[in-house]
Ligand binder design. Sequence first.
Ligand code: E4P
Length: 219
Amino acid sequence: MKFFIDTANLDQIREAQALGVLDGVTTNPSLMAKEGITGKNNILKHYVAICDIVEGGDVSAEVIATDFEGMVREGEELAELHEQIVVKVPMIRDGVKALKYFSDKGIRTNCTLVFSAGQALLAAKAGATYVSPFIGRLDDISTDGLNLISEIREIYDNYGFGTEILAASIRHTMHVIECAKIGADVMTGPLSAIEGLLKHPLTDIGLQKFLEDYRKGNG
Ligand code: E4P
């Protein structure tokens, strides 16, 4: 399972990278705005800064256009920016056409804002590299986000689709574990969801006892 961090915050990306388990980064226009990154040049420079931190990891950069020509123009520019860039395309009619266009040109894509198995099937048919079902946002409206991951896993396995399931809108550590059990290829979430995997009180209690016993015998 690949671990992506879902942020545009460079300090958090550095921290996750330093842990040694980071495979990539996902961003979106809201996350960029949260970090105060505005203006085309600054946004493009920020993507390059992220790519430089994650050393070989995939970095999703989202198009803003919602028409086919605009998405193609922006996506090609993003893809040329750095070899680690994956062009993030929304699941809308022109987005599906753009996914197919990018796939035919060998440009890697992440189909975002996916909320149903049908949308995920369409993304795979269009040749998306990644599909991003937003499980937290489904949970927010009393719909089982994890069930969507299971449905997509089953459909993709039935036909051997190569599109990777990128479980997105992860909110906490249990989401990560449940997605791993189902067989999501990738998860993207906040640093807290990754660091939560570390924690167990018995680990802390056990380590404290080991160190106390060592000190008793060794001063
Ligand atoms: C995925 O690529 C999205 O950026 C992200 O996971 C959305 O998560 P949110 O629902 O926490 O905003």
